[in-house]
Design a protein around this ligand. Structure first.
Ligand SMILES: O=c1ccn([C@@H]2O[C@H](COP(=O)(O)O)[C@@H](O)[C@H]2O)c(=O)[nH]1
Length: 243
């Protein structure tokens, strides 16, 4: 996996046929990196991962596991067999749960003879505002510090990176080792509506902040011309950073 990943398209669609028709409109599906989330996976199961892999698509399976360590470890063992590139657990599940997830992925991958997925910790969802963190979760720590703390916990638990808003990356990156991944959803172009996202950034600002990869759903999937929207976001993401 290179230092900067391609734009990851969130395939938040209700079923396989809608998803595969969407992917097939791209001239080179084999160059795509796509995210399969709960909606699609709960409907279609591992078959959708196989179908996308058959088109050459690289997969981020974003199921955000969050349960007791034994349950997460067992589920991760199954995910590990699928041969996906990235997968997620919630950092708030704790260090034992994260370590169990990582071990489960390694065990599953070894059993299936595939490369193990990198395991990312969800820190604070990009739809969470500082006010919600304080008033709903009753976490008094400021949001960027909470994200940095959870990223350090994820690293100590053996995980490969985190999911956060790009807005937190510049502050936490110096405190984590080289190679640790910062994958950032909540990406919007200036003309896009923010929808339910709160901590948003443009693709070029995310790149300058140090994101390793951006995840983009509705600005591409709901665009009048998804291929053109993808190409524009990719152009901004890949724009050289001038120091
Ligand atoms: O903190 C998080 C973690 C995951 N996501 C996922 O990313 C995409 C974003 O979709 P948009 O349509 O671009 O808003 C979606 O699949 C989420 O489940 C996130 O947004 N924030």
């Amino acid at each position: 996996m290179s230092a900067n990943l391609p734009v990851i398209i969130a395939l938040d669609f209700p079923d396989a046929s809608t998803t595969l028709n969407f992917v097939r409109q791209f001239p080179h599906p084999e160059n795509l990196f796509c995210k399969v989330g709960m909606e699609l996976y709960y409907r279609e199961g591992p078959a959708i991962v196989r179908d996308l892999k058959d088109l050459g698509v690289q997969i981020f399976l974003d199921l955000k596991l969050h349960d007791i360590p034994n349950t997460v470890g067992s589920a991760a063992r199954i995910i590990g067999q699928l041969g996906v590139t990235l997968t997620t657990v919630h950092a708030l599940g704790g260090s034992k749960m994260m370590a169990a997830a990582k071990q489960g992925i390694l065990d599953g991958a070894a059993a299936a003879g595939v490369a193990p997925a990198k395991v990312l910790a969800i820190t604070q969802l990009t739809s969470t505002s500082p006010a919600a963190l304080r008033d709903e979760q009753q976490i008094a720590t400021p949001l960027p510090e909470s994200v940095t703390h959870l990223a350090q916990l994820a690293a100590q638990s053996g995980l490969d990176g985190v999911v956060s808003s790009a807005a937190e990356v510049a502050a936490m990156k110096p405190q984590l080792s080289a190679g640790f991944k910062f994958i950032t959803p909540g990406i919007r172009l200036k003309q896009n509506q923010t929808d339910d996202q709160v901590r948003v950034m443009t693709p070029d600002a995310a790149r300058r902040a140090g994101s390793s990869g951006i995840v983009v759903g509705r600005p591409i999937t709901q665009a009048a011309d998804p291929v053109a929207a993808y190409e524009e976001i990719k152009r901004l993401w890949e724009e050289p950073v001038h120091e």
